[in-house]
Design a protein. Structure first.
Length: 322
């Protein structure tokens, strides 16, 4: 039986990405290119997994006309999906990419207000879908009306059912969800700094951060950044710590590169690859994604060509008297 991944996006969106050379605030611009996709972190991860050849089902909450379009966009990409339809309208998010200045600007709406009965429908759907899943990935912000411990409670329930859970979010939902002991937690650098309460400047800072997140409850940890990732991965309960540095490429857009990195890691793990091989594949996928416009998009051949150029180093833990 082929492996199956479920990605959960409570705050799904319609993502508009506009390419605006020499973008300046307060000025009138004409976009040179535009792209509209179904979005939200879980959907981005599902898109990347689909392109990497991993069977995936995207679920979550989708409402109103925007929700209808989210489902239509996913269906058009041949991404299997099974969303709970809610009354309030799903959000629209806009990213402005400036290739001349190598910058991007994001404007994200808050998202819909979710009713208790709508949330119960999602929990019921997760209980059903998770029965055949190898991993269930919870990702992104929570819309209004959902308590900050939603991910934590869902992870605990799925852990009891024997499912492997992955968490990629920020703030209080990340802290509470990490305490629920997911199989993997994957914040970006800024989110990880917020979780542990300190900034990361060098390898030792990242290593301390990895250990702190693991002590909160995460069994494995990936801290992503545009240049690669730091990881704490357990082999037979023994933790190993790594730094993986991406090869230099000329970026088009870094939006969603961390989502693709996580998808690449999950895909490699399902393929039975070792820690170092999985990290190389993951970081190569993240690097390849910044050559594409639109979150979660990746050309597998491009990722394959970058694997050998990823530098992976196993690091010793920081001494306790640091």
């Amino acid at each position: 039986m082929d492996p199956l991944i479920i990605t959960v996006t409570p705050n799904a969106a319609i993502d508009r990405t506009l390419t605006v050379p020499n973008f300046q605030r307060g000025q009138r611009h004409r976009a040179s290119q535009g792209l509209t996709l179904a979005g939200g972190k879980g959907i981005n991860i599902a898109r990347a997994l689909k392109r990497l050849g991993v069977p995936v089902v995207a679920t979550g909450l989708a409402g109103g006309r925007s929700g209808t379009r989210i489902v239509e966009e996913l269906t058009g990409e041949a991404i299997l999906n099974d969303f709970v339809r809610i009354e309030d309208d799903s959000r629209t998010s806009t990213a402005i990419v400036d290739p001349a200045g190598n910058t991007y600007t994001e404007v994200n709406e808050w998202g819909p207000h979710v009713q208790p009965e709508e949330l119960e429908m999602l929990l019921g759907k997760l209980a059903y879908l998770s029965q055949g899943a190898d991993y269930v990935v919870f990702a992104g912000s929570l819309p209004r009306g959902i308590d900050e411990d939603f991910y934590a409670e869902a992870i605990r329930e799925l852990n009891r059912r024997g499912a492997k859970t992955v968490l990629d979010c920020e703030g209080e939902p990340l802290r509470l969800g990490t305490q629920a002991e997911p199989a993997l937690v994957s914040p970006n650098e800024r989110e990880a700094e917020g979780l542990v309460g300190q900034e990361f400047h060098d390898d030792d800072d990242f290593l301390v951060g990895l250990d702190a997140i693991a002590e909160l409850g995460a069994r494995n940890v990936l801290i992503t950044r545009e240049s690669g990732c730091w990881a704490l991965l357990r082999t037979e309960r023994e933790p190993h710590r790594y730094r993986a540095i991406a090869p230099r490429v000329e970026p088009i857009s870094a939006v969603g590169s961390g989502d693709v990195l996580l998808a690449g890691f999950i895909a490699a793990r399902l393929d039975g690859r070792s820690d170092e091989e999985a990290l190389r594949s993951a970081v190569a996928a993240g690097a390849a994604s910044i050559l594409e416009l639109g979150a979660g998009r990746i050309e597998p051949r491009e990722a394959g060509s970058l694997v050998a150029r990823v530098e992976v180093t196993e690091l010793e833990p920081v001494s306790s008297d640091r």
